[in-house]
Design a protein around this ligand. Structure first.
Ligand SMILES: *[C@@H]1O[C@H](CO)[C@@H](O)[C@H](O)[C@H]1NC(C)=O
Ligand SMILES: *[C@@H]1O[C@H](CO)[C@@H](O)[C@H](O)[C@H]1NC(C)=O
Ligand SMILES: *[C@@H]1O[C@H](CO)[C@@H](O)[C@H](O)[C@H]1NC(C)=O
Ligand SMILES: *[C@@H]1O[C@H](CO)[C@@H](O)[C@H](O)[C@H]1NC(C)=O
Ligand SMILES: *[C@@H]1O[C@H](CO)[C@@H](O)[C@H](O)[C@H]1NC(C)=O
Ligand SMILES: *[C@@H]1O[C@H](CO)[C@@H](O)[C@H](O)[C@H]1NC(C)=O
Length: 645
């Protein structure tokens, strides 16, 4: 009896010494569960958790400075992009960081043979029992269940010793939850749904054709007449006229342009051929160079707009606008079972980001090899795919569904790609100030379909990507008239981040907006602090795009459409620079916001981006959180970028 008591006292004392030798600090905390998730139970103490410690990278506080050095037009180092090697070396965690975390784990009773350092030295991995993990991190691991039936292991908060905390960016699994990549539209309305029954711009059309459209058809060989109807049916020629695009690629062999699509989205070759037959016959039969990442497949099981619309649209316009000379790369990401996340794509194009065996959140980011039936049986792609000079992505998350540490890490990776001379383009969203599918937030930050709090997107809110909003030609207006912010079918995503601070490059422009057009909204429904990253950066038409999808011509709407248009323009500017022996434009934001580029955009001054039960923000003179700096003037942009070193 006595002995037993002594023994248990001794154990308790030892446990106290081993696990709490230092003052601990709260490292990460989540106040609310993401929508659809509920707490199920405490996790079984004897279960094993693969704990991953993301080590703090060196020199991260200088990332924006380094990026500016190679991207700011006034910098003497403009265009001196970094190699992947220099990036890995500059940001690798220090020896001190690695040994501090290692020593703490060993001192806490984890045998050193269980402590594995990832090949990239970015992560320390430990398979720990739940009991050990609860002690180590002063937390309680739980099992959460999603209404879909999916379960997740994590905790609401965790602690680290004060001397260890600065060396650890985050621990996984913990407060981070699954939130799959959401496609940004495109939204579509078949013409027959636009109050024009019986008409479709499909070859099979019979009867009921409205006068304007009939005139358009009869005059379709007449470019001038077709231009009169760009407000009704937007074609590639309309875009060329709108933005002054009249450039033919000269250095296509040195250049590259990539479009990212996430499985199960898939393009259909006969659709893009159908489109090219009408709008770019010389490209008929040409296919994008398909690069499959983590089992990416062009699935044929389900074919309808929801599964083919995005891919068909993106490729039809990207291929048409850059012309027959320039090949297009399609990054088809994710298997049919899990789909994929942005981190899977980033791992594939950058070995230094790739966290190798399980550095990602295995609950957040699909994990490969995938043993499920139909899953990708290969290893996760890790630095195996070459990034193209411009990468256009029409998918996005709600920022609020992700943890700030997770978004910070991914956003930093976009900065590193910028350092390497890559232009990362993302759509701003199709629900105005609302999030994906128009969902806003409650006053407590819960996702709430009827909430009034604005819900910014991610990566749109990351200051190191270029974000594209959408415009339209107003009803009955000629192609030469000023465009407005889109109000057909969708509203242009835009607003202010709740995670990221305002980068230097946009301060003057955004302050001008906040000072001269102070938004009339109450402060508690948007980040009104005046120090938050504001988006979008730029805009392009996103209304009434004619696209061939599932064997039919239909009209499509969305910032999804706008993004590959900007991608094509930047690709052609890269072409001219490469032909002149210069470097690619890389991260364009410091350049496009600079005073020298002020006349390179058509300022959009009308319309708004309604959402969350409000009229959102207004498009105004100068930069605004609806259409950014405005739409491109290709000739000016080309001339200015050619004058830079
Ligand atoms: C393109 O358009 C600009 C401005 O309209 C004009 O100055 C230039 O000569 C044109 N270039 C070509 C190749 O047609
Ligand atoms: C474009 O792709 C085709 C087919 O893969 C290839 O034959 C051609 O050389 C490529 N063109 C350039 C300019 O890279
Ligand atoms: C595409 O071309 C076909 C054949 O010339 C024509 O019948 C059809 O109207 C065109 N479609 C569009 C949307 O221009
Ligand atoms: C607004 O943005 C700033 C800068 O990133 C941030 O410090 C602040 O917490 C944000 N406010 C809200 C309400 O999220
Ligand atoms: C947008 O402009 C309208 C009309 O001038 C005004 O009533 C509204 O308050 C403005 N919206 C914001 C967010 O400032
Ligand atoms: C916002 O835009 C919508 C659609 O264009 C328009 O009906 C509304 O009047 C605008 N609201 C404000 C406040 O300007």
């Amino acid at each position: 009896m006595k002995l037993l008591l002594l023994a248990s006292l001794f154990l308790a004392a030892q446990a106290a010494i081993i696990t709490h030798p230092h003052a601990t600090v709260l490292h990460e905390k989540r106040d609310l569960l993401p929508s659809g998730w509920a707490h199920a139970r405490r996790h079984d103490p004897s279960a094993t958790i693969p704990l991953k410690f993301a080590l703090t990278q060196s020199n991260m506080h200088r990332l924006e400075e380094f990026l500016n050095e190679v991207s700011h037009p006034k910098s003497p180092l403009y265009g001196n992009h970094w190699t992947a090697g220099k990036i890995a070396e500059t940001f690798a965690p220090s020896e001190e960081t690695m040994s501090t975390v290692h020593n703490w784990l060993v001192g806490s009773g984890i045998p050193s043979e269980r402590i594995k350092i990832s090949s990239t030295k970015g992560w320390i991995n430990v398979d720990a029992s739940v009991a050990e993990a609860n002690e180590l991190l002063r937390t309680e691991y739980n099992v959460y269940v999603h209404e879909s039936g999916k379960s997740h292991i994590g905790c609401n908060e965790y602690h680290l010793p004060a001397h260890v905390a600065p060396h650890v960016e985050l621990v996984l699994p913990s407060v981070h939850f699954d939130a799959r990549v959401e496609k940004r539209g495109p939204s579509t309305t078949p013409i027959s749904n636009l109050g024009q029954p019986g008409f479709g711009i499909t070859p099979k059309t019979t009867g009921g054709v409205p006068t304007e459209v009939l005139k358009f058809h009869n005059a379709k060989q007449d470019a001038a007449a077709a231009a009169d109807y760009c407000w009704l049916i937007l074609t590639p020629d309309c875009l060329r006229t709108l933005y002054g695009l009249n450039y033919t690629a000269q250095a296509a062999d040195k250049n590259s342009f990539g479009v990212v699509e996430y499985t199960p989205q898939a393009f259909i070759q006969s659709d893009i051929d159908m489109f090219h037959f009408n709008y770019s016959r010389e490209i008929m039969g040409k296919t994008p160079n398909v690069i499959s990442i983590d089992g990416g497949v062009l699935q044929k099981q389900v074919q309808n707009f929801a599964y083919n619309g995005e891919s068909d649209l993106d490729l039809e316009y990207a291929m048409n606008l850059v012309g027959v000379e320039q090949n297009i790369t399609l990054y088809q990401v994710g298997d049919l079972v899990q789909g994929a996340s942005f981190n899977n794509f980033l791992d594939a194009i950058d070995g230094s980001y790739c966290t190798f065996e399980g550095g990602d959140d295995i609950y957040q980011d699909p994990h490969y090899p995938n043993t499920q039936t139909g899953g990708w049986k290969g290893a996760a792609e890790c630095g195996t795919v070459k990034p193209t000079n411009v990468i256009s992505t029409s998918y996005g998350y709600n920022e609020a569904d992700l943890n700030p540490t997770y978004t910070a890490r991914q956003c930093a990776e976009y900065a590193k790609l910028g350092l390497m001379g890559i232009t990362m383009l993302f759509s701003s969203g199709d629900s105005g100030v609302g999030g994906n599918n128009g969902v806003c937030m409650s006053e407590f930050g819960f996702p709430d379909a009827y909430g009034s709090v604005f819900n910014p997107g991610f990566p749109a809110s990351c200051p190191f990507v270029t974000v594209v909003g959408a415009t339209q030609i107003n009803k009955n207006a000629p192609v030469t008239a000023p465009e407005a912010a889109i109000d057909q079918v969708i509203f242009s995503g835009g607003g202010f981040s709740n995670h990221f601070a305002m980068p230097d490059y946009q301060k003057d422009h955004v302050n001008n907006y906040l000072t001269n057009f102070p938004p009339s909204h109450p402060d508690d429904i948007w980040n009104s602090t005046g120090v938050a990253r504001a988006f979008p950066d730029i805009a392009a038409n996103g209304a009434n795009f004619v696209a061939a999808v599932n064997g039919q011509f239909i009209l499509v709407y969305g910032t999804s459409a706008s993004t590959p248009v900007i991608g094509a323009l930047i690709t052609l500017i890269n072409d001219a620079r490469l032909a002149a022996g210069k470097k690619t434009v890389g991260f364009i934001n410091p350049t496009i916001y600079s005073p020298d580029f002020s006349d390179a955009f058509n300022d959009i001054v009308s319309g708004n981006n309604s959402g969350c039960g409000s009229s959102g923000f207004n498009a105004t003179s100068g930069w605004d959180p609806v259409t950014g700096l405005g739409t491109p003037r290709f000739g000016k942009l080309l001339e200015k970028w050619l004058s830079l070193p």
